[in-house]
Design a protein around this ligand. Structure first.
Ligand SMILES: Cc1cc2nc3c(=O)[nH]c(=O)nc-3n(C[C@H](O)[C@H](O)[C@H](O)COP(=O)(O)OP(=O)(O)OC[C@H]3O[C@@H](n4cnc5c(N)ncnc54)[C@H](O)[C@@H]3O)c2cc1C
Length: 491
């Protein structure tokens, strides 16, 4: 008899899990509460603007190639990918900004200009980062991490010993570079992992390899094109995609997953993959006796940050901005402290601004600019209109200074998005944006497990389980869980 599966949540993880299971012959229904698929990577379209609501950095292109290849597809067959050059700009102050060029040779020249010997140091740093990246991609991330035994193979352990893995990323960077701006540049990618550089294992310098050697890319039409392509492939594999349908309960009979309850009736299946936020599934969709983790366990987790976001449409082009802009005009340490150590609204926040209309005229009306501004914040903060209003002014002030324009008089569309929206739209625990932080104590086997400890046939995927937060890891998470399910069914 054909095996059946229900997947909860149509983010990268859920869509990847559903498609991979369908390609293995399962009858799959993908159930999404929101009206559009994509989860945190949904798109907001209004007045001729197309805003990517979540991710905007396309890194590790081979992860996407590998995904589509599973189904006989290619990235090129689904969307046009362009490499950005410069990759991004970093704004240190009103008078100092750097364009970060694409490709290692040009980067080495930049590093050498800033600090004598830093070009050679970058070569050494990236050679090691590449080892970690190769090891990570071939041996670590495509595993369900159910036991340490998966990683204890002589070749894996040997590879790990060769590189600095367990120390902090901050120390690792400091051992190579003195200039504080260069250090900041190398520490910034870990913000994607949702942890501070102090608290992130040096293993994750593999992110620097992804950034500097593999490059920053952009799918023309926006990040939403990836989701569109994935949903197309899901349907082609036979997945029944149902949006606007909320799961209210995971059905459990005699200790086994039996399907899900929705407002429109029960859907039955012998396997359930929960690719919605892990904590929501445990707390809201399962009875206490069927939960693997206690509320105390969740209280003890380090969550990745949430975000305060502004989607802004301007009726003029804004000079002085590139596609990706990092405003490092305040202290990363102070901001990180207000996220992790002493959670509060940031006093002098760093900010990231994306202007995809610099690359792609299709995401804004002619002569207009599409701007996405992101301020990382601690999860769980009290989110009010007043607070958002305060940061709105700050964002517009920074944009006015950078562009030399009265940006307020050109603002024709705006929307803010923060903790309350993450909770109501995605059932996000404490309104987190990027799931669980990748600290040493929350890596691999130490993350919430892909497999329920209490309910047979119930599995988890997404940014709160392995391998972690970010688009490529979520995409990998969905495939890994599907492979695990098939393996366990065959056993
Ligand atoms: C603002 C922002 C910027 C980011 N920037 C980047 C970036 O530039 N690059 C990068 O690589 N990563 C980035 N990330 C991280 C990345 O977007 C996420 O890690 C990834 O999209 C998570 O995918 P997921 O499938 O695990 O979860 P989600 O996308 O959250 O999917 C879970 C789905 O489950 C659904 N759901 C929840 N409850 C139910 C229910 N009861 N019934 C049915 N459905 C339910 C939700 O609606 C949602 O669609 C960013 C994230 C955010 C929020």
């Amino acid at each position: 008899m054909k095996r059946s599966a229900i997947v909860i949540g149509s983010g990268f993880a859920g869509t990847a899990a559903a498609t991979t299971l369908a390609s293995k012959g399962y009858a799959v229904t993908l159930v999404e509460k929101n009206d559009e698929p994509g989860g945190r990577a949904r798109v907001w379209r209004k007045d001729g603007f197309t805003f990517d609501m979540g991710p905007s950095w396309y890194w590790m292109p081979e992860v996407f190639e590998r995904y589509f290849a599973r189904f006989g597809e290619t990235v090129r067959g689904r969307y046009d990918l362009v490499r950005l050059d410069p990759s991004y700009q970093v704004i240190f102050s009103e008078s100092e900004r750097w364009d970060i060029p694409a490709g290692v040779p040009a980067l080495k020249r930049l590093f050498e200009r800033i600090e004598a010997g830093a070009g050679g140091a970058l070569d050494r740093f990236l050679a090691e980062a590449r080892l970690k990246y190769d090891l990570g991609m071939s041996e670590l991330v495509y595993r369900p991490a159910l036991s340490w035994g998966e990683f204890i193979r002589p070749d894996v352990v040997g590879g790990m010993l060769k590189s600095t893995v367990f120390g902090s990323l901050r120390k690792h960077v400091a051992a190579h570079f003195k200039d504080p701006r260069l250090r900041m540049l190398l520490e910034f990618p870990v913000l994607f992992l949702g942890a501070s550089p102090d608290n992130t294992p040096a293993l994750y310098s593999l992110m620097n390899y992804a950034d500097m050697a593999l490059g920053t890319w952009y799918p023309m039409g926006g990040m939403g094109r990836i989701i569109e392509a994935m949903v197309h492939v899901a349907r082609a594999q036979g997945v029944d995609v149902r949006t606007g349908l909320r799961v209210e309960r995971v059905l459990v009979e005699n200790g086994k997953a039996a399907g899900v309850r929705t407002p429109h009736g029960d859907l039955r299946a012998d396997t359930v993959v929960a690719a919605a936020d892990y904590h929501h599934v445990e707390r809201d969709l399962l009875e206490p006796k069927n939960r693997s983790y206690s509320e105390r366990y969740w209280d003890g987790r380090v969550m990745a940050p949430s975000s305060l976001l502004f989607y802004l449409g301007f009726n003029a082009r804004l000079p002085g901005l590139l596609h990706h802009n990092l405003f490092f005009d305040a202290s990363l340490d102070d901001h990180a402290r207000e996220i992790y150590d002493d959670p509060q609204w940031p006093s002098r926040p760093l900010m990231y601004v994306s202007a995809p209309s610099k690359t792609d005229l299709s995401v804004a009306p002619a002569g207009h600019e599409n701007i996405f501004a992101l301020i990382p914040i601690a999860p769980g903060l009290h989110d009010t209109e007043d607070v958002r209003g305060h940061y709105r002014e700050l964002v517009l002030d920074k944009l006015a200074t950078r562009t030399g324009m009265d940006v307020r008089s050109h603002l024709v569309l705006e929307r803010s998005y923060s903790i309350n929206d993450f909770k109501s739209d995605y059932n996000a625990y404490r309104g987190n944006a990027y799931g669980l932080a990748n600290t040493l104590r929350q890596t691999a086997v130490l993350k919430p497990s892909m497999k329920s400890r209490r309910v047979k046939g119930l599995y988890f995927a997404g940014q709160l389980t392995v391998p972690g937060p970010g688009v490529p890891p979520s995409l990998i998470s969905g495939q890994v869980v599907a492979d695990l399910i098939e393996k366990e069914h065959r056993a």
